[in-house]
Design a protein around this ligand. Sequence first.
Ligand code: 13P
Length: 249
Amino acid sequence: MRRKLVVGNWKMHGSRPANAELLAALLAARPLMGPGGDVAVCVPFVYLGETAAQLAAGDIRWGAQDVSPHAQGAYTGEISAAMLQECGCRYAIVGHSERRAYHAESDELVAAKAQAALGRGITPIVCVGETLQQRDAGETESVVKRQLSAVIHTLAHCAAEMVVAYEPVWAIGTGRTATPEQAQAVHAVLRAQLQAATGHAERMCILYGGSVKADNAAALFAMPDIDGGLIGGASLKAADFIAICRAAG
Ligand code: 13P
């Protein structure tokens, strides 16, 4: 039986007072979220230290939203996996569609980032997903398989250690979520691909992301291959995020 996982992706939101208030509310509600699921927040780099300090005593994990593929060196502005490890990060999101789109991240770069994270014991949350144009052209399956296959190839025998997040680009921040059936269909494709590559897909975690809200989370999480969610906007409001976590617990 796989555990559910709900991860908040704060993106470029937050401030010290707002973060402290949000995290305090999540910590207070954590016992109500149910023992069947894990909860994490992926925060902007600069808040990792404070987030770690505030969450250290509780049962909420934390992580980053990106990681450098390089171990160290002259890479101005980059943050290494070793630095994230020092901050106690459990997760690093890699290949989010916003980074693929705005920073031209290739499948190979995403794979190198996933490998760098794993090398420091940080679980990469590898995002895949098609645009609306690709969906309308019937390319959903080929796009997500291509994105995932680059990571599988690079991680090789460690591939079963990653978390995969299916985030259809057309559902992110639009209020237009995939139906549970649409999401499940893609999750099943991804799990079959992971099974062929690792032989351990039954224990791997595949999250859904894209306009997950308190009122649609339970139906999504009830699908057999949806193991939780990667939550954007709704992770910034304590009541909404807590409700989503409860739907998973
Ligand atoms: P929204 O939940 O705001 O649609 O964002 C999803 C997402 O991109 C999470 O990584």
